[in-house]
Design a protein around this ligand. Structure first.
Ligand SMILES: [Zn+2]
Length: 219
């Protein structure tokens, strides 16, 4: 099976892609991990990507496309895979179509994990940290709240939110996600590949919905 997994930040897309890869024996092609590994190993691509990644910017399409192409043209060309984090916009999808065509591989489905923006903001902004460098305790107001709101259980410091976990930052990231993803979803919808799965509930329940959606496509 050859799949692309798309979902907003905080949708649990990575978890689901990993489960699919483990249970169906697919290569989990996570471009974020590949980039971080390239940076760690200081490969030529890693060196090019580092200045973007280190300030949280998007790595240019040309660089990502070249990395994916190189992998598909190599003798480690993945035959059964789930793409996680790529393609993330229409230009990348067009490039990916071309390399798949060149490798005579066709996609089975593109899964979109749909989660409402308000839910994402609620999930991600639940994370709070203790700023005390000798403590660094982490909390989640939904799943692991501190005993007194806003105060670290361990050291009594007032809790803080990372920039990435603030509602306004999350809203901004979601805005960018939708802007890029709408055209991407249309692209795959037009190819008859798009499958939408609601990303709400327990991890296993979501996984079963993904499985059912894939099975329904085959019939
Ligand atoms: Zn603390």
């Amino acid at each position: 099976m050859r799949l692309i997994f798309i979902g907003p930040p905080g949708s649990g897309k990575g978890t689901q892609a990993k489960l699919l890869s483990q249970r169906l024996g697919l290569i989990h092609f996570a471009t974020g991990d590949i980039l971080r590994e390239a940076i760690r190993l200081q490969t030529p691509e890693g060196k090019q990507a580092h200045p973007y990644m280190s300030v949280g910017k998007m790595v240019p399409d040309s660089l990502i496309n070249a990395m994916v192409d190189a992998r598909f043209r190599s003798n480690e060309c993945p035959n059964r895979f789930v793409m996680d984090g790529y393609p993330r916009n229409l230009a990348q999808a067009v490039s990916f179509d071309a390399i798949l065509n060149e490798c005579k591989l066709s996609l089975d489905a593109v899964i979109f994990l749909r989660v409402a923006d308000e839910e994402i903001v609620k999930r991600l902004s639940a994370r709070w940290n203790c700023p005390n460098p000798t403590c660094k305790a982490t909390y989640n107001t939904q799943f692991k709240p501190p005993k007194s709101p806003g105060i670290c259980d361990d050291c009594g410091s007032p809790l803080m939110q990372r920039e990435d976990d603030k509602p306004e930052t999350i809203q901004r990231r979601l805005g960018i996600f939708h802007e890029l993803t709408n055209a991407l979803l249309d692209h795959y919808r037009n190819q008859g590949l798009l499958v939408e799965v609601p990303g709400i509930g327990e991890i296993d329940a979501i996984y079963r919905s993904v499985e059912q959606a894939l099975a329904a496509r085959k019939r």
